[in-house]
Design a protein around this ligand. Structure first.
Ligand code: PLP
Length: 388
């Protein structure tokens, strides 16, 4: 049996060695606390669960859903964009429901990338953009990010000829893993760059509502002219603690929406209608759970920052997403520092190098672990780093 070349082209899973060591520790009886996984620990709000139960009891939800989603769900996404970002969307041509935003992100290159075509992939970043490009036969071209530039690409440093050949420019703010946020000015630069080089700008806004210290995340579609070059991915996963439900959307340029929709009609058969009805109830609500959710994450973020500040780290607390992104001590690699925290504190963090070469020298800590475990983990890290 022989697998396809594209399987061999998928980059190695850099967390494999860490996973092996975690298993070893657990087998040796160590109570390992993981800050490694970004998956909300809090439950989906009751009103959404209740709507799912109601909708699941209605037999009309039991058949194949429409490929293009319930019209009412598309309208709810469009209304959310109007209310939240002041962006007007035509629900029939500029909104496409997805089986989680990852599904759409992974299928997008099938609609835009021919074999050998580059896509521009900022790194460190969410691995899906790179791997999806490879699976479609394209060639990811890294845009290295750095703390100095706020983890935002330096478009002036991109080879113009490569940009002209490229098909997609990926962006993600608030960002996984760097927790960086972007301003509307930065999005303007990205839209201009995409227009200059005839690129599809694909912005992943999965963390749009997860921001701190009063920062309000913009939509890339707020930029004048963005509708000509951009799509934006959104998701109920992080905003409503619904990662297991698998529902999201892509909005924006109608040609891109139509092309992705055409790919999807040949691959999947839509989202369970009861999940869409619950999802539209979530989007039509005034997000009653959100202030409490953000207060919880911000408290956890500050708890982690206190530990590292006490240990001498001079870094700002992040303004968005579900992570703290921290430099390792001078001269210590991401993997080495990760191993030290596991050995000395029984605490798992994600090595930054797993998200791209420019993530070397950083680690990512997730805010999605229950308060008591987070407190215990922080105390152990404090003891390991401060030594008392
Ligand atoms: C969690 C996450 C998503 C959301 O994925 P879903 O498929 O909607 O659950 C998308 N992009 C990034 C960067 C994420 O971290």
């Amino acid at each position: 049996m022989q697998t396809a070349r594209r399987i061999a082209a998928i980059p190695p899973y850099l967390f494999a060695e860490i996973d092996r060591r975690i298993a070893e520790k657990r087998a040796a009886g160590v109570d390992v606390i993981s800050f490694g996984i970004g998956d909300p620990d809090l439950p989906t709000p009751d009103f959404i669960v209740e709507e799912l139960a109601r909708a699941a009891g209605d037999p009309s939800t039991h058949q194949y859903p429409s490929y293009f989603g319930l019209p009412a769900f598309r309208e709810a996404v469009a209304d959310f964009y109007q209310r939240r970002f002041g962006v007007a969307l035509d629900p029939s041509t500029q909104v496409l429901p997805l089986i989680g935003s990852k599904e759409g992100l992974a299928h997008l290159p099938w609609a835009f990338v021919d074999p050998g075509d580059p896509t521009l992939v900022p790194e460190p970043g969410y691995p899906v953009y790179e791997v999806a490009t490879i699976l479609a036969g394209g060639e990811p071209v890294h845009l290295p990010l750095s703390a100095e530039r706020g983890w935002f690409p330096d478009f002036g440093a991109v080879d113009g000829a490569v940009a002209d050949r490229a098909k997609i420019l990926w962006l993600n703010y608030p960002s996984n893993p760097t927790a960086a946020v972007a301003t509307l000015d930065q999005f303007e630069d990205a839209v201009r760059f995409a227009a200059d080089h005839d690129l599809l700008l694909a912005h992943d806004n999965a963390y749009s509502e997860i921001t701190y210290d009063g920062f309000v995340a913009p939509s890339v579609l707020e930029v004048p002219g963005a509708m000509d070059v951009a799509v934006e991915f959104g998701s109920l996963s992080k905003i409503f603690n619904m990662t297991g439900w698998r529902i999201g959307w892509v909005v924006g340029n109608p040609v891109a929406i139509e092309a992705l929709g055409r790919v999807k009609t040949n691959i999947d058969s839509g989202i369970f209608n009861a999940v869409q009805r619950a999802g539209l109830a979530a989007l039509r609500s005034d997000l009653p759970h959100l202030p409490g959710l953000l207060a919880t994450y911000q408290r956890r973020r500050d708890r982690i920052m206190d530990v590292f500040w006490e240990a001498g780290w001079k870094v700002e607390a992040p303004k968005g997403a579900l992570y703290v992104w921290l430099p390792t001590p001078p001269g210590e690699s991401s993997v080495r520092f990760t191993q030290r925290l596991l050995d000395d504190a029984g605490v798992v963090v994600a090595p930054g190098s797993g998200y791209g070469p420019s993530g070397e020298g950083y680690v990512r800590l997730s805010l999605t672990i229950p308060d008591a475990r987070l407190d215990e983990g922080c105390e152990r890290v404090r003891k390991a780093l401060v030594g008392r």
